[in-house]
Design a binder for this molecule. Structure first.
Ligand code: GLU
Length: 489
């Protein structure tokens, strides 16, 4: 199926959310699996809803998650332009053709009339929709409107009877009675075609073979098929992906549904983890694999794997994916990815030296098992990066471990022994601590915990000996000295 051509066609009306990106991911996987083409088209004809930065943000989000495209507004292509507002004339040409063939008409109804109509319908408990007044205007009245130069919209003249059928790649055989479909506006009074016409015309001209989009567009498909048939074109294959629900099959909260996709980047998720996670919202590779690299996703993707029931978006699961991917990164790579987060939190300076980067890699080596997001590195490793007189002591830890009888003596002893070590590494450090436990005849924790609090300020963290080894002798001694000033007995 190397002639596969799919398009991701976002409307730039706000920030991208997971639902948008999921559609793009499915488009991309399908195109790449089949050696076909992925097209990005920006559907910006609804000028009232336009958000001027949204297209750029969409492009940033797509690139971040690893999606690329073969044709699009930023790179051009054989069917340019890919910004729909630049295709206005083309859309109008086909709108006029539809008028000529009697499949569309000019509507002169004012906004006020339409609002009044809706109000009356609602009051009477009737279904809302256009009453087709202008479809059946007497010719002289129509001529009067035309002569007066009155503004108008263009509406589809939907058939009043008959059924439209199509085979949806996910929903199977669909049939819809035409009489239930409203005479939708396809060109607004500002001369811009609206979605139904613009998308259909462009899908045809751009030779789109498969239209992949959310289930919410299912009820629009009869209008699109009507346009295809009216213009003598063959419709593409429609692929409607199912709704997204929250865990426990509950409706997504507004926050979840509209939550900005790029928050994932800001919160320290890895794009490959997010790609893996998003791909599996409503698609299955047909076996129980959960961790799939981009390559494996492409290899396994098929429309048959799209599920016919609502898909679940479980952000807890994303955290799990992220942990898995973080553990699969090499240390230098993980350090590189964590760096912007550390710089942002002020723990590392811009353009750190190679020594600092090496140090960072050893710190991260100790934390790799525990961190779930890149942002976690800043909170679990801050004491490694702060100056020896700046890292904070946890008040409770100090109260518990620095007040015990004899703790000052034990810390001072450990300090002297560490200072005297000829070889300073995790093993020799462990020997010192063990020796201390024996010498003072105390429980291991009575040496280990105060030392840990002394050098890190807290009671939890990576293995103590490795921690001290990575901090290095000079810094560990300075920290023990600082702690000794806080010890009461
Ligand atoms: N512009 C529409 C949207 O943003 C595209 C729908 C479709 O893919 O046909 O959802």
């Amino acid at each position: 199926m190397s002639n596969v051509r799919v398009r991701f066609a976002p409307s730039p009306t706000g920030k991208p959310h997971t639902g948008n990106i999921r559609t793009a991911v499915f488009d991309w996987l399908f195109a790449r699996h089949n050696g076909g083409k992925m097209i990005l088209r920006i559907e910006d004809t609804d000028r009232e809803r336009l958000d001027p930065t949204a297209a750029e943000e969409m492009i940033r989000a797509l690139k971040w998650v690893g999606i690329d495209w073969d044709e699009g507004p930023d790179i051009g292509g054989p069917h340019a332009p890919y910004l729909q507002s630049d295709r206005r004339e083309t859309h109008l040409e086909y709108a006029n053709e539809l008028i000529k063939s009697g499949n569309a008409y000019r509507c002169y109804c004012t906004r006020e009339r339409l609002e009044q109509l809706r109000k009356t319908q609602e009051e009477r408990g009737l279904p809302t929709g256009y009453d087709r007044r202008c479809r059946y205007l007497p010719p002289e009245e129509r001529a009067r409107y035309e002569e007066s130069g009155a503004t108008y919209t263009i509406r589809l003249a939907m058939p009043r009877e008959g059924t439209v059928t199509w085979n949806d790649a996910v929903f199977g055989d669909m049939s819809w009675e035409y009489r239930l479909v409203d005479d939708q506006v396809i060109v607004k009074s500002d001369g811009f075609a609206l979605y139904h016409l613009a998308a259909t015309v462009d899908d045809h001209l751009m030779e789109i073979t498969h239209v992949i989009r959310g289930e919410e567009w299912l009820s629009s498909t009869p209008k699109h098929i009507f346009i295809y048939h009216s213009l003598g074109w063959t419709p593409p294959t429609f692929v409607h992906t199912t709704h997204i629900l929250g865990p426990g099959r509950r409706k997504l909260s507004k926050r979840e549904a509209s939550s900005e996709f790029m928050n994932f980047a800001a919160e320290g998720y890895l794009p490959e983890a997010v790609l893996n996670f998003v791909s599996l919202i409503g698609w299955t590779p047909g076996d129980d694999r959960e961790l799939l690299s981009p390559h494996e996703l492409i290899e396994s993707f098929s429309l048959e794997g799209l599920v016919g029931h609502p898909a679940i978006l479980d952000e807890e699961k994303l955290l799990w994916y992220n942990g898995q991917y973080i553990r699969s990164l090499s240390l230098p790579e993980l350090a590189k990815r964590a760096l912007p987060f550390l710089i942002k939190s002020g723990l590392v300076e811009q353009n750190p030296s190679p020594e600092k980067l090496n140090y960072l890699a050893s710190v991260i080596a100790l934390e790799q098992e525990r961190i779930k997001t890149l942002a976690d590195v800043a909170s679990v490793a801050d004491f490694f990066l702060l100056d020896d007189d700046k890292y904070e002591f946890d008040v409770k830890a100090v109260a518990k471990w620095f007040n015990a009888a004899g703790v000052g003596e034990r810390l001072a002893w450990v300090r002297e022994k560490l200072a005297a070590l000829s070889l300073f590494n995790a093993e020799t450090i462990e020997q010192v601590i063990r020796l201390g436990i024996e010498k003072f005849s105390v429980k291991p924790g009575e040496v280990i915990h105060p030392v840990r609090v002394a050098v890190s300020g807290r009671t939890v963290g990576p293995g103590l000996y490795e921690l001290i080894d990575v901090l290095g002798r000079d810094r560990s001694l300075r920290r023990l000295d600082r702690a000794l000033t806080l010890v009461s007995k």
